[in-house]
Ligand binder design. Structure first.
Ligand SMILES: *Cc1c(COP(=O)(O)O)cnc(C)c1O
Length: 396
């Protein structure tokens, strides 16, 4: 094909040109005497993105799933009880991981399209007077359904129940894209990955642990080796790693963190909200709905769009890909065939979003979904045209 493919899955996201160039480098000595001058400031700057001063950042060669495993195995004992909700494929997979690691998971089943059930969690924590629940697991942004949950509100609920359980947050598709405040929200383990808001290829689990979590890791007895915090802490202290780190990804991470801090976190969050809103205007104009059941749960990083009954979302995805070179996110598991997703996180701008909206609109019309030509495009266009600001055309 000519031109470029349009990548609108919610991860991997587009890698900005300067980040790609930073990755493309000759191999280097990961035990070089001057490596700490590179790694130590990187750890410090990552703490700004997690908004933690007292916590510690960890970089494991893995994807987000490895971050889940590291969070669990470093801080819990086999058979420990953890409280979690299943409301989409990613929260489901984290529960599955916990069960396979032989934790006792108390699962709150939720309708897909709803957020973390803070009230129900509060009741269960209040009822747990022996404090058997050691951890509360929450997916800040359920990427499968495009549902964003209020982590600060969940912290308030845990505190109101006066419960000492630690709070574990999957922020893989939210940290660095939407507001996240590790210290203020009392998050004990925060997990992210390189291929979403951090705008890098997959390959790094980027995570942070609170002092409480680090304390727990000293006595936690779950089996772990590769993901052991202890080895990381010992070597990271001097700016090195316990095994060969993926230096090219770390160089890329340096460039992406620079981009993020230069843009400013608040500006990044506002940009994601703004980009998302244009997509939402298009969905509304198409006469369709989001999988997210309430406005408060609408994700600023991904929209899961429900196709009308009798139509197959996978046909839209196939058509978009083969005919227009547009990758949309598929519906996973319970919502397979029912939704397609537009990822709107990372390195994007309005006209890129317009290509996804136009492509989705064309593909839907092609497969017989009754959509008025140009309706979504017009709605998004007007929203962006009237609400945006001039581009900053800084020389790259
Ligand atoms: C992408 C994602 C993950 C991790 O998936 P990996 O493929 O292992 O990186 C976990 N949770 C959420 C919410 C995600 O979006």
């Amino acid at each position: 094909m000519t031109g470029t493919k349009c990548l609108f899955v919610p991860g991997p996201t587009n890698v900005p040109e300067d980040v790609r160039k930073a990755i493309d480098m000759p191999m280097e000595d990961h035990r070089a005497p001057d490596l700490p001058q590179f790694t130590l400031p990187l750890f410090e700057d990552l703490k700004k993105i997690f908004k933690t001063q007292s916590g510690q950042v960890f970089l494991f060669p893995a994807s987000g799933t490895g971050g889940w495993e590291a969070a669990i195995t470093n801080t819990l004992n086999p058979g420990d009880k953890v409280l979690a909700s299943r409301l989409g494929q990613f929260s489901h997979l984290w529960i599955d991981l916990c069960q396979r690691m032989e934790l006792d998971v108390e699962v709150v089943e939720c309708e897909w399209g709803t957020g973390v059930p803070a009230e129900e969690f509060g009741k269960r924590l209040a009822a747990d007077t022996n404090h058997e629940i050691k951890a509360v697991l929450a997916t800040q942004n359920e990427t499968a359904t495009g549902v964003q949950s209020d982590i600060g509100g969940l912290r308030a609920t845990i505190d109101a129940a006066n419960h000492p359980a630690m709070l574990y947050v999957d922020g893989v598709s939210s940290i660095g894209s939407v507001d996240f405040r590790m210290d203020e929200w009392g998050v004990d383990l925060a997990v992210s990955g390189s291929q979403k808001g951090f705008m890098l290829p997959a390959g790094l689990a980027i995570m942070a642990a609170s002092q409480k979590a680090l304390e727990a890791s000293k006595t936690a007895t779950m089996r772990r080796c590769y993901f052991d915090f202890k080895d990381m802490i010992a070597t990271n202290a001097t700016g090195y790693f316990p095994y060969t780190p993926p230096m090219s990804l770390l160089r890329g991470l340096r460039a992406s963190v620079d981009r993020m801090l230069n843009e400013g976190l608040d500006n990044i969050f506002a940009r994601h909200n703004y980009h998302a809103e244009g997509v939402r205007r298009a969905v509304e104009a198409w006469g369709l709905t989001l999988c997210a059941k309430e406005t408060k749960w609408q994700s600023d990083t991904v929209s899961a769009i429900v196709v009308p009954d009798g139509h197959d979302a996978n046909a839209v995805i196939q058509r978009a890909y083969h005919r227009y070179g547009l990758s949309l996110g598929a519906g996973l598991s319970v919502v397979a065939g029912k939704v397609f997703r537009i990822g709107h996180l990372g390195d994007l701008n309005e006209l890129m979003l317009m290509s996804a909206i136009a492509g989705a609109e064309m593909a839907m019309r092609d497969v017989g979904i009754p959509i008025e030509a140009g309706s979504g495009v017009a709605a998004a266009e007007e929203f962006y045209r009237l609400n945006g600001a001039d581009m900053e055309m800084a020389a790259e």
